[in-house]
Design a protein around this ligand. Structure first.
Ligand code: HEC
Length: 138
């Protein structure tokens, strides 16, 4: 009887150990996939990250945001945009996908009416270029 109990216990802990290993493996896979999805050239057709960086400077996103690699982009009105490719949400509202980011840059007020980020009259092509640049921030 005692032997049977022990073997059930052993089996249970083995199953648990396997479950933990499986969970760890799936977390590792998920991280790997999200890192891949952040490659700008693969996800935003026709966009140019260098053009995006120039547009960020011209428009002045840096008056409100800290943006690595952009001169004088040290604003504290909006959140810092460092590590953008690893962020899960945009403004805590919608998933951080290329399509949503382009829309956010064009018309943040359409995604979150009343947000402190104004619509800045950014065209779709420029928004795509800017999004490509933000996704280079790993
Ligand atoms: C007048 C200040 C202001 C300007 C200019 C501005 N933003 Fe914002 N931005 C904000 C604020 C404030 C938020 C936070 C909005 C919220 O959470 O509702 C924000 C949010 C964002 C977010 C989401 C940040 C996060 O942590 O989820 C991105 C991306 C972004 N802005 C990009 C840009 C880009 C690109 C430009 C230039 C085209 C720009 N912003 C110009 C104020 C500004």
């Amino acid at each position: 009887m005692r032997t049977a109990e022990r073997s059930v216990a052993t089996r249970t802990s083995r199953v648990l150990a396997l479950a933990i290993v499986a969970a760890a493996a799936s977390v590792a896979t998920a991280c790997h996939q999200s890192a891949k999805a952040a490659e700008p050239s693969a996800t935003i057709a026709g966009a140019d990250a260098n053009r995006g960086a120039a547009a960020i400077e011209r428009i002045g996103c840096g008056t409100c945001h800290m943006i690595p690699g952009i001169q004088y982009a040290e604003g504290l009105v909006g959140p810092p945009l460092e590590h953008w490719s690893r962020r899960t949400y945009i403004a805590g509202e919608v998933p951080n996908t290329p399509g949503m980011l382009v829309r956010w840059i064009e018309t943040p007020q359409a995604i979150e009416p009343g947000t402190a980020m104004p619509n800045l009259g950014v065209t779709e092509q420029t928004a795509r270029d800017i999004a490509a640049y933000l996704y280079t921030l790993h």
